[in-house]
Design a protein around this ligand. Structure first.
Ligand SMILES: [Ca+2]
Length: 185
């Protein structure tokens, strides 16, 4: 009895981990000098609903950037309030995407440091979008000029499991529990 409970718990833990990191989650990096309006990052995604999260190197493997600065790292920030927010210029997480319905995206405003800009951008996560058919989506940073920029934007894109997928996962969990009970009997 004790063993079967342990097995069922392990199966439940595995299922919870799957739910926290849906299949298809991936990180993309938008370099503020090279991922431009004219040269966006593009990717073909299947039909479904997706969630986009603002991430940095501490959040996800492969993430390169916390934020970017349109005037370069040496310029820093200015005109900020005492908390390092609401700056007149500085670090931010402004990025755009197009999933077939025109440009949309996120503008975090300016902060005194890349870390503050990332934290600010996270407050309204995730950004969700739905594709009714396979679509080439694009992501980019808009600025002029690009050559003096520092940093960039890292994003994590995760497909939201369909109801059918959840049903399959729960059925699998049930089977695992059943197998565990049989082994214990
Ligand atoms: Ca610039």
């Amino acid at each position: 009895m004790k063993k079967s409970l342990k097995s069922a718990f392990a199966a439940a833990t595995a299922a919870a981990a799957l739910a926290a990191a849906p299949a298809g989650a991936q990180v993309i990096n938008l370099d503020a000098q090279t991922t431009t309006t004219a040269a966006p990052y593009t990717q073909l995604l299947g039909a479904g609903t997706y969630q986009v999260f603002d991430v940095g190197p501490a959040d996800a493997a492969g993430a390169l950037f916390e934020a970017w600065n349109p005037w370069g790292a040496g310029t820093g920030a200015g005109g900020c309030d005492t908390g390092g927010t609401n700056c007149a210029y500085g670090w931010y997480r402004r990025w755009y995407m197009d999933f077939g319905a025109g440009a949309t995206g996120n503008n975090s405003g300016f902060f005194s440091s890349p870390a503050l800009a990332l934290a600010g951008a996270k407050t309204d996560d995730p950004f969700s979008f739905t594709l009714l058919a396979p679509t080439t989506v694009s992501f980019w940073i808009a600025d002029s000029p690009y050559y003096d920029n520092a940093g960039g934007v890292s994003l994590s894109i995760a497909a939201v499991p369909e109801p059918q997928t959840w049903a399959l996962m729960m059925a699998g969990l049930g089977l695992l529990g059943f197998a565990a009970r049989r082994r214990a009997a």
